[in-house]
Write a new protein. Sequence first.
Length: 215
Amino acid sequence: MADVEREKGLPGLEFPDTALRQLAVDLAKKYAGVFSEETVGRYVLESYTALLRTSTVKAYLVTLTGRFVKDRLTALAQTMGAAPKDVPEVLFVCVENAGRSQMAMALMAHHAQGRVNVRSAGSMPAAHINALATEVMGELDLDISQEFPKPLTDDVVRAADVVITMGCGDACPVYPGKRYLDWKLADPSTLDIDGVREVRDQIDGLVRALLAELT
C-alpha cells in the first residue's frame, strides 16, 4: 500500500513502503549539497520502479535500488563536475546486462586495478545474471554472482568516456565527445558452457587491449 504521508524534506513524493522512503532520506543526506532531496527521492522511485519490472528477487529490491541509485547519482554528479573524475569511465552495454557486459565489467575492473572506473547496463535487462556466465567467471576466481542486471540510463552514458556496445543496436544514446565501440560477440544466453567460455576469452582479449590504450 502506498505511503500517503509526505516525508518531511521529500515533498510531493509517495513511497510504496517505509524501507524505500528511509533509503531516500539516507541518500538525500549523503548527497546533501550536491542534489536536492526531491531529486534524490525521484531517482529512488524511478530506479525502484525500473528494477521492479525485471527483478525476481523482491526481498532484496530495496538494497539493489540503493546500489543502483548511488551509481546513477555518482555518474550524474561527475557529469555536472560535482564529483571527482580521476580515471577514465568505461560503460559496457549489452541487451540483457546478464552476460557479456557483466563479464566485461568484471574483467576490466580486475585488470585495471583502479586505473579505470567501469559500469555496465542493458537495453532490455534480464531478471538475473546468466548462470553460465557466473560459472565461467568463477573459473577465473572472479565472482559476478552478486551483480544484477540494470537498465540503461542517460546519466551513466553521459558520464562515460568510452561506451562499448555488444549487440544492443541503436539503443544507446550518442553524445559528442565520447568514444563508441561495438564488439561483435555471441549472446551467451544462446550458448553452452564451452561457447560462453569462448566469449569470455574474447572479451578478456578486447578488455586488455582497450585498457592498454586507456592507461
